[in-house]
Structure formats: structure tokens, C-alpha cells
Design a protein around this ligand. Structure first.
Ligand code: ADP
Length: 193
């Protein structure tokens, strides 16, 4: 099964993907995590991604597309994948179609996790405060200014994918403001159909 989880930063894509992957034997692929790992390892991809990531901009398409195509060929992706944070624009979506076609696979569903963004920004600001008060470290791109910028990028670049996949009849929308458990249950039900 090949799935995409779509939604703005902070919508809970990663949390839900982790829960669904265990249940359905899929592999969650977070391009954000993959890029952060590349940065930590100091690879050429990581170095090239750094500036865009720190600003909250998308990293260049060719970097992400290359990383994803290599990764989905790994044996642990054979049963299926949940794309979390990819594709982020139409160029990436078309590249995904092409690479899946080359691999003889196809997308089964796109799960849009819809949230109230004002509530989301407020929730995130509280979380940052709490983390700082507890002496923890906050990811630079989770700080309020950068998060606001990432939301703007989401609207400009990523939100058009909702119509892109709706037009193909594979979009399913869930209410991401419900409790974590109930969002998981709704997604699981959609997938069992
Ligand atoms: P979140 O899940 O909080 O939205 P991610 O971890 O997915 O954040 O992404 C963090 C950053 O990594 C993004 O702001 C962007 O710079 C980069 N990134 C992740 N995935 C992609 C992608 N598919 N295309 C371009 N940039 C990406």
C-alpha cells in the first residue's frame, strides 16, 4: 500500500503515520527526518539542504526526489510506504507518479489531515514555551516566526496538491482536530475499506 499523509506543519502527520505503520506493516518515510539525518551526517545532500531548512523554505526538489527514489527501493519498503512530508509541491507529486510507475507501483490513497491553523499556531507556541521552561531544546524551524513562514509555504506550494489528488479520486480527508486516538481510528477505518 502506498499512502501520502498531507497537511500543514504540526497537523500530526508524523504521529499518525507512526501509529498506522505498525498496524498495517508499512514504512513511514518522513523526508524531514531523512533530511535532518543527512545534515547530521554531513552528507552533500545534508549540506545543500541546510540553508533552506533553517529558513523554513522547501529544499530543492531534485534533492528530495533523489533521496525518496533511493529509499523506496529498500527491502523494508516492499510492503508499502506512508509518505510523510512528501510530496510538498506539484513537481514532487509528478516525480512521485513517475518513480512509482517505474517501480510498477501506484498510490492507493492520500490522507489529508485537516486542522484549524490558528489553533495550531497557538498550540505550537505553548509547546515551545513549555519545552524552553523545562530546559529542553526547540528545533529552530519550530520557533513561531519560522513556523509561520512554513505555513505560508504550505499554502503556496503544498495545498494545491489537495485538488491535484481530489481530481484523481484518491483524496480522503480526516478531521485532525479530533483526539489523537480518534484520528488514528478514522484513518484506520478508511484504509480497511
Ligand atoms: P513538519 O513535519 O514539521 O512539517 P518536516 O520535518 O516535514 O516538518 O520538514 C522540515 C523541513 O525539511 C521543511 O521545512 C523543509 O525545509 C524540509 N523538507 C522536508 N520535506 C521536504 C520536501 N518534500 N521538499 C522540500 N523540502 C522538504
Amino acid at each position: 500500500m502506498m499512502l501520502i499523509f498531507l497537511g500543514p506543519p504540526g497537523a500530526g502527520k508524523g504521529t499518525q503515520a507512526k501509529r498506522i505503520e505498525e498496524k498495517h506493516g508499512l514504512r513511514q518515510l518522513s523526508t524531514g527526518d531523512m533530511l535532518r539525518a543527512a545534515r547530521a551526517a554531513g552528507t552533500p545532500v545534508g549540506l545543500e539542504a541546510k540553508t533552506s531548512m533553517d529558513r523554513g523554505d522547501l529544499v530543492p526538489d531534485h534533492l528530495v526526489i533523489g533521496v525518496v527514489e533511493e529509499r523506496i527501493a529498500d527491502p523494508d519498503c516492499a510492503r508499502g510506504v506512508i509518505f510523510d512530508g512528501f510530496p510538498r509541491n506539484v513537481v514532487q507529486a509528478e516525480a512521485l507518479d513517475a518513480m512509482l510507475a517505474r517501480a510498477g507501483r501506484k498510490l492507493d490513497a492520500v490522507i489529508e489531515i485537516r486542522v484549524d491553523e490558528a489553533a495550531l499556531v497557538a498550540r505550537q507556541a505553548t509547546r515551545v514555551q513549555e519545552t524552553l521552561r523545562a530546559g529542553g531544546k526547540v528545533r529552530d524551524d519550530d520557533k513561531p516566526d519560522v513556523l509561520r513562514h512554513r505555513l505560508a509555504v504550505y499554502h503556496r506550494e503544498t495545498a494545491p496538491l489537495i485538488a491535484y489528488y481530489k481530481g484523481r479520486g484518491i483524496l480522503k480527508t480526516v478531521d485532525g482536530m479530533a483526539s489523537i486516538d480518534s484520528v488514528t481510528a478514522t484513518i484506520a477505518k478508511l484504509l480497511d475499506r
